[in-house]
Design a protein around this ligand. Sequence first.
Ligand code: PAF
Length: 303
Amino acid sequence: MERTTTIAGVRVRVAEARSAGARIGLVPTMGALHAGHLSLVERCRDLADLVVVSIFVNPTQFGPGEDLDAYPRDLEGDEAALRALGPAAPDVVFAPAVDEVYPRDPVTTVSVRGLDQVLCGVSRPTHFDGVTTVVTKLLNIVQPDVAVFGRKDFQQLTILRRMVADLDVPVELVGGPIVREPDGVAMSSRNRYLEGVDRTAARALSRALRAAVAAARAARAAGEVPSSGVLRDAATVRLRAEPGARIDYVEVLDPDTLAPPPDGADRWLVAVAAFVGPARLIDNVVVGERADEDALLAATDDR
Ligand code: PAF
């Protein structure tokens, strides 16, 4: 595993591998790596011959007053965690400085209209333009055949899928499943902000999703089709029961379009966001995708 901090450096390495016939994979990250990120790297290793992990805390996706300065940065620790993957470790860590990625004030941005106006886009109105712009840059720099993103940021993945489709970017995007702590909390770099009662309160998000899955299963068992309202209410009641969590949103949407689910829907994205102590946390499940429901139920309890 080698580190490069320059665009020229990563391009040379990728060009060498491509000329030898290698399939190139990219896992974009902002570092502070946890088991969720590492599972994405392992997935990418299965899909590509040369795996690049980018580690870059992208300033343009943080709004005023957000946690850009506090965001955990630990390049040595991240590289140690990647190296510990052994045969699944990436070949290249691309860890550029801010000036390398943004040598001048960018006046060009990539915007995916509409999809960025719901869920996290409501309270973070500039966030997704920052994400789509930096991911476009990373895709242009590395030119991977495949790029792997976590499904915890479900809206991000949906927006990026639309972006590569609209802009004919020749890359396959793959979503990796959410990885959870033993108590069901979705792994997130921002969990590092949580201690004591806040860490306990964080469980309410996955438990709210579990309540939505239970409501869907109860409806199906009664021979009914689960409705968005039933799913939303079940999750909201459970999340509201946790005084340490302040709800940002509980939404039930079509997982492909992020629009209200159409009549006759058989898949529903249940997405939650809440402020817990100093952190804003998100989590989701796709009800109607059996594997996603089962993974959530296996990783959580409803105490
Ligand atoms: O999901 C993240 O960590 C970031 O949004 C990403 C995709 C690396 C872009 O900075």
